[in-house]
Design a protein around this ligand. Structure first.
Ligand code: CP3
Length: 343
């Protein structure tokens, strides 16, 4: 199959193909027994991400099992703080734990010097995947958007409100801007290297964009994303980028106008009739099946799947979830959705 026939690339070029492509955020992960088996061979999650042989294997597992149309490389958004010299660990049943960056001195101690050396295993993973994937499957690279990565760097862990980062941004805007600037530069450079290693599409995860007030949303989500998109396009003008400013509602319109990304991933709360009307003219919409409908399965899952397929019939559209797969998800329910979308 030629590049231009891949369904995900067609959809991102604004073409409604014979059917929508389907992939799922967190399609590699703990809901799969074969993932848990490989994962159990390395205690440190970051070390696992930095072992190309294992990262390649778990990336391929959901492709083999379900036949998704796209494959997202296995890594994590927090490899960037790790590569900038911040201490990052993943603790079981807790999540990420970082040594918080709380002032200008801590920002100044971060450095891009060893960025690519540190991230070289991720590029090896992409190179391996490029050769290993079926010819009709698109390879997706990704990074966290600066705001979301900064919430973990400043807070030192995940939090429901991202209060630590929001407060630092109000109290010490120059310090926070310096952190965002560093993340813009590092992330753009990381994404450019991913394309050179074989990524055909890039997704920027801004999971916590929804906690920002409108003015701050412009400053910390829209502006940094725009700078990354411009930097990547300056080197690789043709690689499509999907934005995922989660939880931003109607602010997605301004986000698309300003950043010019080709795709927008929308969360489960988004009204898809509205998205079709307001977002589809600006970008290819991706989403937004409820991850809990996927856990539930049965007729409710078929109904939710059909609503999305019917709602976007005739439009360029990417079938996906509104957020990542939950670890309680029965794999058979994923297969049920893939069969229905690919029928
Ligand atoms: O299949 C894929 O989607 C690719 C791999 C991927 C992972 N994380 C693997 C992972 C991707 C794209 C991510 C993105 C990511 N990581 C985001 C943005 C998307 C989102 O989910 O909101 C965020 C915020 C993170 C940070 C992160 N990584 C957290 C908060 C956690 C702990 C919570 C949890 O689910 O355990 C992780 C760990 C993580 N990243 C796991 C996986 C499969 C589970 C860890 C394990 O297997 O031990």
């Amino acid at each position: 199959m030629s590049q231009s026939e891949k369904l995900l690339l067609q959809a991102l070029a604004g073409k409604a193909g014979p059917r929508p492509p389907i992939w799922m955020m967190r399609q590699a992960g703990r809901f799969l027994p074969e993932y848990r088996e490989v994962r159990a061979t390395t205690s440190s999650f970051l070390e696992f991400c930095y072992t190309p042989e294992k990262a390649i294997e778990v990336t391929l597992q959901p492709i083999r099992r379900f036949g998704f149309d796209a494959s997202i490389m296995f890594a994590d958004i927090l490899v960037i703080p790790d590569a900038l010299g911040q201490k990052v660990a993943f603790e079981e049943n807790v999540g990420p734990v970082l040594e918080p960056v709380g002032d200008g001195g801590a920002v100044a101690r971060l450095s891009m010097d060893k960025l690519h050396e540190h991230l070289a295993p991720v590029y090896e993973t992409l190179k391996g995947l490029s050769g290993a994937l079926p010819s009709d499957v698109t390879l997706i690279g990704f990074a966290g958007a600066p705001w979301t990565v900064a919430t973990y760097m400043v807070g030192g862990k995940g939090s429901p409100t991202q209060a630590a980062a929001r407060l630092l941004a109000y109290r010490e805007p120059e310090t926070f801007q310096a952190l965002i600037d560093l993340l813009v530069e590092a992330t753009a450079s990381y994404l450019i290297a991913q394309v050179e290693a074989g990524a055909e599409v890039l997704q920027l995860f801004d999971t916590w964009a929804g906690s920002l007030a409108p003015t701050e949303f412009e400053k910390w989500c829209v502006a940094p994303t725009k700078r990354i998109v411009e930097a990547v396009r300056a080197v690789h003008p043709d690689v499509p980028i999907i934005g995922f400013p989660k939880g931003v509602g109607s602010k997605a319109i301004g986000f698309l106008r300003a950043t010019g990304v080709q795709g927008i991933s929308v969360d489960t709360g988004t009204d898809m009739a509205w998205a079709r009307q307001e977002l589809s003219p600006l970008a290819t919409v991706q989403g937004n099946l409820d991850p809990l409908a996927l856990v539930a399965g049965g007729a409710a899952l078929d109904r939710a799947t059909d609503e999305l397929l019917e709602g976007f019939a005739g439009k360029p559209y990417i079938f996906n979830l509104g957020h990542g797969i939950e670890k309680e998800t029965p794999p058979d329910h994923v297969a049920q959705v893939v069969r229905r979308v690919q029928a």
